[in-house]
Design a protein around this ligand. Structure first.
Ligand code: SAH
Length: 375
């Protein structure tokens, strides 16, 4: 997935009482558009990884029963059939299921692929499956919380020695330099000066002083411009220290409890001289390795790291530090990181970074905490 479902559904932090109607209106609705599916289908890095994973490991698919969780246009289900599956259940929550059905027929695999419209949590299958394939990843891996649905599918429908596609996932964080933060700070300052003009004019023209609302207006804009992560496809030169793996997920065994909150403490050495630490980038990779019982012949990796080839539609999530730090080679940043689901919408994330800079001289600067949402 990607610039993926937006969603402002209310839900108690991922608990079971998520309002389905609201979730549908806010999250699933975007996936019902071909426009949105095409964006994912045009991501060559994503497509090549899944394509190679399937066709270079046909032994996992030949004569097997496959479940595609969130089939969208049906692409992964069609590939599974073309790789020799004897049956593919292609489950899709939105009306996109109708287009998937057309595409399946248009590509002559309707005898193998059965498209089922419904939430994976609600539907029943007539049998257990050998393989679960799904493209469930959101920004910084976990945004959208769709992996919950894959876990649910796995626990209900995967045979004991079944295989997950992908089989593993990792989250990464690295220190970066970028001008994105200056631009956001300029936008914020511009919005505030516009507000002060508005106050003056409202008072002189209409005799009402709006100043008591300044604090609320400022908070609203701080959140929007300065406390929300940014999407970017960074160049590797913008990474100024060693990237750290902050979370590893085994898709065969992971539980919702394990991914609901992510916490990590790590130290990152800065490896660039006389630069500034503007903030952090977060990204992910997933691997297709099969399982210990049933290894992949060809392991495939899908990475969304900063790259020179234009990257993916996921890009990286950028978490800005306001103000940035001056740093030098040999400095270290000690980071304490947490990510949890937003209270208002279990598909969005609240991230907190506490950073302490230790200069190469040994001097430590006071720790700074930034709270940032992934919207
Ligand atoms: N598999 C397709 C689409 C990936 S996008 C591809 O790789 O191109 C993820 C899709 O999963 C969306 O179409 C979304 O509507 C669907 N989806 C998300 N959660 C779901 C759930 N719980 N049940 C069924 N479909 C779901």
């Amino acid at each position: 997935m990607g610039s993926r479902g937006n969603g402002n559904a209310t839900g108690p932090g991922g608990g079971p009482a998520v309002d389905k109607g609201v979730d549908f209106a806010n999250y699933f609705c975007t996936y019902a558009y071909l426009y949105h599916q095409k964006e994912m289908l045009s991501d060559r890095v994503r497509m090549d990884a899944y394509y190679n994973a399937v066709f270079q490991n046909k032994h996992h698919f030949r004569d097997k029963v496959v479940l595609d969780v969130g089939t969208g246009s049906g692409i992964l289900a069609i590939w599974s059939a073309q790789a020799g599956a004897k049956k593919v259940y292609a489950v899709e929550a939105t009306k996109m299921a109708e287009h998937a059905r057309e595409l399946v027929k248009g590509n002559s695999v309707e005898d193998v692929v059965e498209v089922i419209e419904g939430s994976i949590e609600d539907i029943t299958l007539p049998e257990k499956v050998d393989v679960i394939i799904s493209e469930w990843m959101g920004y910084f891996l976990l945004r959208e919380s769709m992996f919950d649905s894959v876990i649910c599918a796995r626990d209900r429908w995967l045979k004991p020695n079944g295989v997950m596609y992908p089989s593993h996932a990792r989250m990464w964080v690295a220190p970066i330099r970028t001008g994105l933060g200056d631009q956001k700070m300029d936008d914020f300052e511009h919005a505030m000066s516009d507000w002060y003009n508005f106050i003056d004019e409202t008072e002189s023209h209409y005799g009402v002083n709006m100043n008591v609302l300044t604090k609320a207006y400022r908070e609203e804009h701080e959140k929007y411009y300065l406390k929300t992560s940014l999407w970017s496809n960074l160049h590797p030169d913008q990474v100024i220290g060693t990237a750290a793996i902050i979370k590893e997920i085994d898709c065969l065994t992971a539980t919702v409890e394990e991914i609901r909150n992510v916490a990590a403490q790590f130290t990152i050495p800065i490896n660039m001289d006389r630069t500034r630490l503007s903030g952090y980038a977060g990204w992910f990779d997933v691997h297709f390795r099969g399982s210990t019982h049933n290894l992949a012949i060809q392991e495939i990796e899908l990475t969304t790291a900063p790259s020179t080839n234009g990257g993916t539609h996921w890009g990286q999530q950028v978490f800005m530090l306001h103000p940035p730090f001056r740093v030098n080679e040999g400095d270290k940043v000690m980071i304490s990181f947490t990510m949890s689901r937003s209270k208002e919408n279990h598909r969005l994330m609240d991230v907190e970074f506490t950073c302490e800079l230790q200069q190469s001289s040994g001097k430590r600067l006071p720790p700074v905490t930034s709270k940032i949402s992934i919207e």
